[in-house]
Design a protein around this ligand. Structure first.
Ligand SMILES: Cc1ncc(COP(=O)(O)O)c(C=O)c1O
Length: 399
């Protein structure tokens, strides 16, 4: 039996791998605090669950839907983006997919020829690079030298190649939680327009913004920038709907149409019941989403100062969005006597029973990613365990 060369090169998702290891330990009865997973810890709000139950009971969830999603859902996506970002799209410019992850997968399948390049500012989410490889492209990691390691035009100028097709901008960012300011995005957008490069704006965390910071989508910064952008988002993070698998893309009608054709041969359509649930999420009362956002903000405000204060943990800027902290722990790793971050992360899991992800998965091997999508009690307990762990390895923490 032989396996395709391209597929054989693909790396498993490190975040999912860490999460499975953690879940296996939990199953064995070990009391692990899991800060490795990128999903809200709340269950989906009741009214959304009820809409799904109603769709099942009425029979309307029993059937195939159009490959790119129900017309009502595409309209709901346009209406929500209009309300939140103030930009107009029509339903022909929308495709609904099985999660934003599949939106991104489809985009790379549709836009890339063999050997073409996609620019990924560091740090970047695990799946972008592997999805680019699966589409036959090259993932070009862009060293970032701007404020808080955000990407600048100079960084992009240094990284562009004759085969560059696209650039991924993710704000709020996974894994750092950093949010791009409008002027930073505008400069990037104008650069992409000038070089005729497609921007893939991964706005999946757009509603998780904290402490008075403001989210700007790059599509709001001028018509030309909007035309050059595919906006990717979904319901997973805002509405605690990771298991329902609904994401979407808004942008150029021609690209959307081809994505639709590819999706029709790949998945048929996203599960009908999930689409009805997503309509409810996007169109009706947003108070549960607001409450969950507030809970993440409270947790950030508790957890950030503690983690930033740990010896050898370098995290000078408080994240403004998503639900992650991404400190550089190079010093802590060496103070504790480990050879690398992986050893540190494994020992933290095995000795302290705290699961985090090594930054290698996000192209920054000296960092670790904490997800604070967990209860305040667990976050405080995780902190106490980390303090004890550091003490056991000869590092004193001044609290
Ligand atoms: C940056 C980023 N983009 C996209 C996704 C995909 O989200 P989903 O497939 O659940 O819609 C995730 C999920 O972790 C993410 O962190």
């Amino acid at each position: 039996m032989s396996i395709s060369k391209d597929v054989a090169k693909v790396q498993p998702s490190a975040t999912l791998a860490m999460s499975s290891k953690t879940k296996a330990m939990i199953k064995k009865g070990v009391d692990v605090i899991n800060l490795s997973i990128g999903e809200p810890d709340f269950t989906t709000p009741e009214q959304i669950k009820q809409a799904a139950i109603d769709a099942i009971k009425s029979g309307k969830a029993s059937f195939y839907t159009p490959a790119g999603g129900l017309p009502e859902l595409k309209q709901a996506v346009c209406d929500r983006i209009k309300l939140e970002d103030g930009v107009e799209y029509n339903p022909n410019q929308v495709i609904v997919t099985d999660g934003a992850k599949f939106s991104l997968f489809l985009i790379f399948q549709v836009i890339l020829n063999e050997g073409e390049d996609v620019l990924l500012p560091e740090p970047f989410w695990v799946s972008y690079a592997e999805q680019v490889h699966l589409a036959g492209g090259n993932a070009i990691a862009v060293k970032t030298t701007g404020k808080d390691h955000k990407v600048t035009v100079a960084d992009l100028d240094r990284s562009i190649t004759p085969s560059t097709q696209a650039l991924v901008i993710n704000s709020p960012q996974n894994p750092s939680g950093l949010v791009y300011e409008a002027d930073e995005l505008e400069a990037i957008g104008n650069w992409a327009v000038k070089h005729d490069i497609l921007i893939i704006a991964d706005d999946i965390y757009s509603n998780l913004i904290f402490n008075g910071h403001k989210f700007t989508s790059i599509v709001t910064l001028g018509d030309e920038i909007k035309k050059h952008t595919l906006l990717v988002s979904g319901v997973s993070k805002t509405y605690s709907m990771t298991g329902w698998r609904i994401g979407y893309v808004l942008g150029d009608e021609k690209i959307i149409k081809i994505m639709n054709t590819v999706a029709s041969h790949a998945t048929g359509n996203p599960a009908a019941v999930s689409q009805y649930a997503a309509i409810e999420a996007l169109t009706n009362d947003q108070s549960d989403a607001k409450k969950m956002r507030q809970a993440f903000e409270d947790r950030l405000n508790i957890f950030y100062p503690k983690i930033a204060n740990l010896p050898g943990f370098d995290l000078p800027t408080k994240p403004q969005g998503a639900f992650y902290l991404f400190p550089n722990v190079k010093k802590a790793v060496s103070l504790c006597g480990f050879n690398n971050t992986e050893e540190f992360v494994n020992a933290l899991l095995e000795e302290a029973h705290v699961a985090v992800v090594s930054g290698k998965a996000f192209s920054q091997p000296d960092n670790i990613r904490f997800s604070y999508a967990n209860s305040k009690e667990n976050l405080l307990e995780a902190y106490d365990r980390i303090v004890k762990f550091l003490n056991n390895h000869g590092v004193t923490v001044n609290e």
